[in-house]
Design a protein around this ligand. Structure first.
Ligand code: KIV
Ligand code: NA
Length: 265
C-alpha cells in the first residue's frame, strides 16, 4: 500500500479518477476508513461538533486538533491525512498562522493542512506554503464564519458572491494550494470552478462535477441524528445498530445473562 500524496491527487484529477475523502477524528475510526480504501482523510474541525458536542466549530483549539490528528495518523497507512487549522489560529496574523501550522505538522505527522477563506487569509496561506507545508483551500460555506452568515444555508447563489468565489479559487491555486474544498454551493458554480482550476476540487454539497467528494464520517454512517441536508447520503444506520446492541447489553446485564459460563475465568 503506497501512501497517497498531494501529487497523486493532482494526477487523479488529470486522469479523471474521482477522489474519495472522509473525516476521522480518532485512531479506531481512521483505521477502518483507511483500510476501506478512502484516498484522503480530513481531520476536520467538525470534531468540535461531532466529538465535543459544540454547536459550532469555533471553540476547538490547536492543541485539541493536534490530539485528534495524532490519533488519526497512528491509524493510517495509505490515505493522505489533511488537518483543519482551527478558528483563530491563522486569521489574526499570518506569522501566527505559520507558527501554528509548523506545530500542527511537527506534532502530528500529518501530510497537509486546510484553511478556510480566500483573499482575506491569502498572506497566511502563501507563508505556510512557503514554509513547505501543503495547503488545501476551503471556499463556499465556511463554518468558521457562521457568526457572519447567521445561517448554514447554500452560499454563492448570487452573482457577487459567486464572482468572489471564482476569484478566490484562482487566488488559492496561484498561491500554490494543492487542492480546494467547496462546501454547499450550487452545482453549476462548483463545475465552473472545477473546470477552471488545475488542482483537484473536492465537494461537499457541491454536486457531482467536482473532482472528488468529502463527507463527515459520523453523518454518512448514520451515527448523528437531526442533521439531514439533502447532500448527505447515509450509507448505514449505525445509530440504530449501536442503540440495539447497547440495549441488548443492558437487558443481558439486568437479567444476569451476561456474562455466561464461557465468558468468565
Ligand atoms: O471540518 C470538516 O468536516 C470539513 C468538511 C465538511 C469539509 O471541513
Ligand atoms: Na472544517
Amino acid at each position: 500500500t503506497r501512501k497517497v500524496t498531494t501529487h497523486r491527487l493532482m494526477e487523479m484529477k488529470e486522469r479523471g479518477e474521482k477522489i474519495s475523502m472522509l473525516t476521522s477524528y480518532d485512531y479506531t475510526t481512521a483505521r477502518i476508513v483507511d483500510e476501506a480504501g478512502v484516498d484522503a482523510i480530513l481531520v476536520g474541525d467538525s470534531a468540535s461538533n461531532v466529538m465535543a458536542g459544540n454547536v459550532t466549530t469555533l471553540p476547538i483549539t490547536v492543541d485539541q486538533m493536534i490530539y485528534h490528528a495524532r490519533s488519526v495518523v497512528r491509524g493510517v497507512k495509505r490515505a493522505l491525512v489533511v488537518v483543519d487549522m482551527p478558528f483563530g489560529s491563522y486569521q489574526a496574523d499570518p506569522f501566527d498562522g505559520v507558527r501554528n501550522a509548523m506545530r500542527m505538522m511537527k506534532e502530528t505527522g500529518a501530510d497537509a493542512l486546510k484553511l478556510e477563506g480566500g483573499e482575506e487569509v491569502i498572506e497566511a496561506i502563501r507563508k505556510i506554503i512557503g514554509a513547505g507545508v501543503p495547503v488545501m483551500g476551503h471556499l463556499g460555506l465556511m463554518p468558521q464564519s457562521i457568526n457572519k452568515y447567521g445561517t448554514y444555508g447554500v452560499r454563492a447563489k448570487g452573482d457577487a458572491e459567486a464572482d468572489k468565489l471564482l476569484r478566490d479559487a484562482k487566488l488559492l491555486e496561484e498561491a500554490g494550494c494543492f487542492g480546494l474544498v467547496l462546501e454547499k454551493i450550487p452545482a453549476a458554480l462548483a463545475q465552473q470552478v472545477t473546470e477552471s482550476l488545475h488542482i483537484p476540487v473536492i465537494g461537499i454539497g457541491a454536486g457531482g462535477a467536482t473532482d472528488g467528494q468529502v463527507l463527515v464520517v459520523a453523518d454518512m454512517l448514520g451515527m448523528t441524528k437531526g442533521f439531514s441536508p439533502k447532500f448527505l447520503r447515509r450509507y448505514a444506520d449505525l445509530n440504530a445498530v449501536m442503540t440495539d446492541a447497547i440495549g441488548q447489553y443492558v437487558t443481558d446485564v439486568k437479567s444476569g445473562g451476561f456474562p455466561n459460563e464461557s465468558e468468565q475465568y
